[in-house]
Ligand binder design. Sequence first.
Ligand code: RIB
Length: 291
Amino acid sequence: MNKIVVVGSINVDLVFTSDIRPKAGETVLGNDFRIVAGGKGANQAVAASKLGADVIVIGCVGDDANGEYSLNNFREFNVNTSCITKINDIPTGVANITVAENDNSIIVISGANYKMDRVLIDRYKKEILKADIVVLQLEIPIDTVEYTLDLCYKNNIKTILNPAPAVRLDKNLIEKASYLTPNEHECRIIFNEDKDTDIKSILRKYPNKLMITMGEKGVMYFDGNDVVIVPAYSVEAVDTTGAGDTFNGAFARAIVNNYDLKNAIDFANKAASKSVTKLGAQAGMPRLEDL
Ligand code: RIB
């Protein structure tokens, strides 16, 4: 089976739902609270695995209850945990998520995720070199992302870099990623372009590589001739947390199964649309038969 390696973050999400998003200094009464598995890396791994891919995560958790919870969650979804390191005296990453007014806002405390360093990449290099695609995000140190991309680039291994949360990216790093999947806001940050720059002019510089996710408006990319929009599937959204992660996991699954780019995006759009129908990043992620 084709192999996907996710090098990335693992969090436990504390999800609050409320009708109103509190303003600074304000207290509001909410509706619901849940503790669920999350982290962009973990979500992308689970999304791909639920769609039938063979997935390994290279990441870190703390030696604590949240770490155990995350590992058990991976096992439940058949994700290989043999390259996850338990870090002593540092807690597992957590995210405080508010779901209100049809959107989410998230604060992440990185914890053990920030212990993901070059030493761990070297330790699990063998797995990376066996991968058909490596998926990365930006919730681990950027140096580790750069180091991994460089390793993959030198060994002709495809990569997806989901640049979230966004920071301005080095040109070298952008060149080395096979696919980049920011949303529009993240796109402007990673390329250091202001809001007046025509997004299509950025797209035209990266044919068949840069895919801008636009939520319910679909995904836009440049195919070398035209700027193409692959439309989203319309659904009643309950919680959009993890929709981007589902897109990335499903996109990886489609690419390793040799879908052409447009069909891979369509497949990933379909998976992402299903994922928003339930509360929590992973609960709504579809299995292959659901698509
Ligand atoms: O993309 C959603 C994820 O972002 C959440 O699961 C949260 O943990 C943060 O990493």
